[in-house]
Design a protein around this ligand. Structure first.
Ligand SMILES: CC(C)(COP(=O)(O)OP(=O)(O)OC[C@H]1O[C@@H](n2cnc3c(N)ncnc32)[C@H](O)[C@@H]1OP(=O)(O)O)[C@@H](O)C(=O)NCCC(=O)NCCS
Length: 223
């Protein structure tokens, strides 16, 4: 999708460059939409890079205007990257640490009360759905990706085959260690732990600790 948008923008720029004297109303309309998008990109970049308390407060206001839903107490550090704003829903007291990415282009991504997304973690619900419950801790560099590239057609590059939608559910009180990856169509049940570096390819039972590639049960939490 991102590649598609870039190609369209490059085509428009070439069109404007070569035939500025003969631009028809359709082209003017598309250039206008492109200019609005450009202004939006600069605005988002500015707001997401203002440091200190002013930045945290400013982002609260800006995110409230753009997100599908935002609870009253968002804490977000600089460099947070959000794509597909309308599909992103953040409950009360969500913590977004420096450089993390939330994406819900043609998809959904919701995060529950008290949950935190660590530095440079990627929560990508685009083309699918990610539901994160309450009091979930997601450490730095974790990747949660709800859909996969299609690859069944051997005669075409995978880049042109689109995506297979999927869903990831992370229930309440889960801790996901640094650098773990959660692939599509997995449910991580409540009170469980995903060890650092794990690749989770199957559902995780409640109160369990899983680790490794692919992730297997290491032990169970007493309860
Ligand atoms: C999962 C974790 C919490 C387990 O801690 P623990 O209860 O002290 O576990 P133990 O040291 O008793 O290890 C139990 C077994 O799991 C294995 N194990 C532990 N962590 C592992 C990991 N990340 N990947 C694979 N196996 C792991 C141990 O080698 C041990 O196996 P063994 O019995 O064959 O020797 C911890 O190892 C971990 O990964 N923490 C995440 C740290 C992190 O990412 N922090 C980021 C900031 S929040």
């Amino acid at each position: 999708m991102i590649l598609g948008v870039q190609r369209e923008e490059m085509r428009l720029l070439a069109e404007v460059g070569h035939s500025s004297k003969k631009m028809n109303p359709r082209t003017i309309g598309r250039v206008f939409v492109g200019a609005v998008r450009e202004a939006d990109a600069w605005g988002s970049f500015f707001v997401t890079h203002v440091p200190g308390r002013i930045g945290i407060f400013g982002r609260r206001l800006y995110f409230r205007a753009k997100l599908g839903h935002l609870g009253p107490r968002l804490y977000s550090e600089v460099g947070v990257d959000i794509r597909g704003w309308a599909g992103v829903k953040l409950d009360a007291s969500v913590f977004l640490f420096r450089g993390c990415m939330l994406s819900a282009e043609a998809g959904k991504c919701s995060i529950g009360d008290g949950s935190a997304v660590g530095r440079h973690a990627i929560i990508d619900g685009s083309g699918g759905e990610i539901q994160i419950g309450r009091n979930v801790m997601i450490a730095g560099n974790v990747v949660v990706r709800a859909s996969n590239h299609r690859f069944a057609d051997s005669g075409r590059p995978m880049q042109l085959q689109g995506h297979e939608p999927g869903r990831i559910i992370i229930e309440d009180d889960v801790w996901i260690g640094a650098n773990a990856t959660i692939v599509a169509n997995v449910t991580i049940r409540e009170h469980s732990i995903v060890a650092a570096g794990a690749v989770v390819t199957h559902d995780v039972e409640p109160w369990s600790v899983v680790g490794g590639v692919p992730a297997r049960i290491l032990k169970r939490r007493p309860h």
